[in-house]
Design a protein around this ligand. Structure first.
Ligand code: ZN
Length: 474
């Protein structure tokens, strides 16, 4: 009898085990709400540097931490493109959107220049509504890799047309770059956008409340290509967080079942191309404000939400240390109040209005960077700044420092390089490097990212959690 019972029990447990296995296999986790953050240029040193900067600012250890550096799954991945160990944002973005390697300067195409589907296509196919959000132009490289296919990322005529054809419900960016008419950014396209079915907004709250199935949210003035640098923002200025919050509110209402969102901290890269350290750290903090909004959402839907934070590449070859020393003095950076772009325009304003005396310029550098105040200036350093002032600011010789996105005043650059040097921080370049980049994941299916080693793996894992698969030619 006992033996018979044992056989029955063994048989039963085998059946339970089999049916459990089948159920598990069938119930592959599904990410109903996907938040995909791309910190443009945000290498590991940029992330760690931001936390040291925050600590030096006097924040508590908890406040100083970026929310995503505590995510349970994180690692390092390669960012090389199909044509170079040093990628640009178009190729890196293509890898992160489609799961394939691309040529530098190309968008949504593989190395043979064939178009590939992106996570936005997976979203549409699987019944997700979606949003694409950036604090730079909506037709800049990183947003467009999700919906455009172009051999030249700077062919803005064609790229903008493809932007207006984008299969997404909510598209937010500071502007639409227009190479034909460089300022204001996007006015010419607004009428076209309406013809393509977009409801166009310049105000985040109105966009968030819209009933339209196609919302295009642009900057309030269109006088700038990007939103204002976070370090330059005043009360009431639009920030990435406003766009992210509007997109969440819109999608939560319009797509309560499932949605996909990409949020780009694009301005991080702009600051890094200028080697403007404090501005890049403040931009990373600014993107983190949006990650915190995703975390609040996660708390309401913990079993169905996936949050992925990645960098597309490293910009600047940033070193937390230098000069053969074991020192880092972030206290020399924390008094910076303006981006190099704003400092440049303040200096140019002084010169244009006949107020460019050394005393006045010195007072500006003191107020905006803390020089001759909390940041000590030696007589040799003052001599160096004074020489730059005389040669570039007064005599107009070698007075511009041109980076990928800006044309800055030499004196602003030299003064910012001085505080950077005093912090013992060094830069390798004003462009990108091939340094591996970080990724951070939490939420449903996060464990499937543990073996990610390459940027193409990220969208492949996300697509799977949305019920689709990448890469896939169109
Ligand atoms: Zn860049």
């Amino acid at each position: 009898m006992m033996k018979k019972l044992l056989v029955v029990i063994t048989g039963l447990s085998a059946m339970i085990a089999v049916s459990f296995a089948i159920t598990r296999c069938e119930s592959q986790p599904e990410a109903k709400y996907v938040f995909y953050f791309i910190g443009d240029g945000m290498g590991v040193n940029q992330v760690r540097g931001t936390e040291i900067y925050n600590t030096t600012m006097g924040l508590s250890p908890e406040e100083a931490k970026l929310s995503f550096t505590d995510f349970p799954v994180q690692g390092i991945m390669c960012s090389y493109s199909g044509t170079s160990y040093v990628t640009d944002s178009a190729a890196a973005g293509t890898a992160l959107a489609t799961g394939i390697k691309a040529r530098n300067d190309q968008v949504g195409l593989n190395v043979e220049e064939k178009p590939h589907a992106s996570l936005l296509d997976i979203a549409a196919e699987q019944g997700y509504k979606s949003a694409i959000v950036s604090n730079v132009a909506a037709n800049h490289a990183t947003p467009t890799v999700f919906f455009a296919h172009q051999t030249n990322r700077k062919d803005y005529e064609d790229i903008t047309r493809q932007t207006l054809e984008a299969n997404t419900n909510f598209l937010a960016g500071a502007s639409l770059i227009d190479e034909k008419d460089n300022a204001p950014f996007g006015e010419r396209w607004i009428e076209n956008a309406k013809e393509y079915g977009w409801s166009v907004f310049r105000n985040s709250s109105e966009a968030a409340a819209s009933d339209s199935d196609k919302v295009l949210l642009l900057g309030d003035t269109l006088a700038r290509e990007t939103l204002r640098y976070a370090i330059d923002c005043h009360e009431g200025d639009i920030k990435l967080k406003d766009y992210t919050s509007a997109a969440i509110e819109y999608l939560e209402r319009k797509a309560p079942e499932k949605f996909f969102m990409m949020i780009e901290g694009g301005h991080i890269d702009y600051a890094l191309h200028n080697n403007d350290l404090a501005s890049s750290f403040v931009e990373i903090n600014d993107m983190d404000e949006s990650v915190k909004l995703a975390l609040e959402f996660y708390k309401r839907h913990p079993k169905e939400t996936l949050i992925v934070v990645v960098a597309d590449h490293e910009t600047g070859g940033l070193n937390l240390g230098g000069y053969n020393s074991y020192e880092l003095h972030m206290e020399n950076i924390i008094h910076q109040r303006s981006s190099i772009e704003s400092l440049t325009s303040q200096l140019r304003h002084l010169r244009a209005t006949g107020q460019g005396s050394w005393e006045r310029v010195k007072a500006l550098l003191q107020e905006q960077l803390g020089l001759w105040g909390p940041v000590e200036v030696t007589p040799e350093e003052e001599k160096m700044l004074r020489t730059t002032y005389q040669r570039s600011f007064i005599e107009g010789r070698d007075n511009r420092v041109i980076s990928l996105y800006a044309d800055n005043e030499r004196l602003a650059y030299d003064a910012i390089m001085l505080i950077t040097k005093k912090a013992y921080i060094t830069w390798g370049t004003m462009t990108h490097t091939g340094a591996p980049v970080p990724y951070y994941v939490m939420g449903v299916g996060a464990e499937s990212f543990a073996d990610v080693r390459d940027n193409t793996h990220i969208p492949q894992r996300i697509a799977k959690l949305m019920g689709g698969s990448l890469p896939r030619t169109e």
